[in-house]
Write a protein that binds this ligand. Structure first.
Ligand SMILES: [Zn+2]
Ligand SMILES: [Zn+2]
Length: 284
């Protein structure tokens, strides 16, 4: 009796059904622990299919804690645009208002009354938007785009001919808009404004901020190092450390091989470039 139970069905049936639902057929095995799971039990964790237990114990909580740590917290974009930007708008708006008043009372100023007033009002609008951005008001994220647009119209009104207007547009619009778009789409920035991000975005953000920070910092540094060569040594160190950190088998997996490799290539190029510059500099 016991012999037969051991030898045939139990082992086979136990393997074929879900670990959590013994009335359901297993569809997959968990990519971490190997347990059999049914279709409804499959969960996604760091781009792998795992069982609910592994999801809970190996990363699920880690990610939700990580998300909570960034929820409603000002990121670098908020400090730059909302903090620094609003201070800049405030001081410049005051200067323009002062200029308007001085001009009205007969003093000679670089700008005439209509120009100074228009600029002061434009800067006041920018001040309202950037302050709201600093206070993490959701509407301010979109309203930010009004600043380069209004600036552009202001410039077009001031210049008379088309060629100058086109030049003004090319000068005023692209860079700020690209910068604002990079802030708008940034997952950490969205978390700062309490906007949900996708699971994939959260996982890659986790890699950038937590699991392999060295690799991503190395990449950023290797770019700056083209202008500031002493940083080449630091970016080389971080790139090597970032490469060593990589462990796709770990739980949660540590990625970042690509940025670490790219940082290494850029750092090597930086060393070559500066060697050439120093050599030629020494000869002349
Ligand atoms: Zn599992
Ligand atoms: Zn199940």
């Amino acid at each position: 009796m016991t012999e037969s139970t051991k030898s045939d069905d139990p082992l086979r049936t136990r393997e074929a059904v879900c670990i959590l639902h013994d009335d359901r057929d297993a569809e997959e095995s968990c990519e971490r622990c190997g347990d059999f799971i049914c279709k409804e039990c499959i969960q996604d964790l760091f781009s792998r299919q795992v069982c609910p237990n592994c999801h809970k114990n190996y990363g699920g909580k880690l990610l939700s804690d990580f998300q909570a740590s960034l929820w409603g917290k000002r990121d670098v974009y908020v400090w730059l645009i909302g903090g620094f930007g609003s201070l800049l708008c405030l001081t410049q708006a005051l200067v323009c208002f002062a200029m308007t008043i001085q001009n009205l009372s007969g003093a000679n100023t670089p700008l005439g009354v209509p120009e100074a007033l228009a600029l002061a009002l434009f800067l006041s609008l920018a001040l309202v938007i950037t302050s709201a951005y600093f206070l993490l008001k959701k509407w301010a994220r979109k309203a930010l785009f009004l600043i380069p647009l209004t600036g552009f119209f202001l410039a077009v009104v001031q210049v008379s001919d088309l060629a100058n207007a086109v030049a003004a547009a090319c000068l005023i619009v692209p860079l700020p808009v690209v910068f604002l778009l990079s802030a708008f789409t940034n997952p950490q920035n969205r978390l700062a404004f309490r906007i949900e991000v996708s699971r994939d975005e959260l996982e890659s953000l986790f890699e950038v901020k937590k699991s392999n920070r060295a690799a991503h910092n190395a990449l950023a540094l290797s770019l700056v190092a083209f202008i500031l060569p002493p940083l080449l040594f630091l970016s080389l160190y971080l790139a090597l450390r970032g490469r060593k950190n990589c462990d796709p088998e770990a739980w949660p997996p540590v990625g970042g091989m690509k940025p670490a490799q790219n940082a290494l290539i850029l750092t090597t190029l930086g060393f070559l470039l500066w060697t050439v510059i120093l050599l030629f500099g020494g000869m002349s």
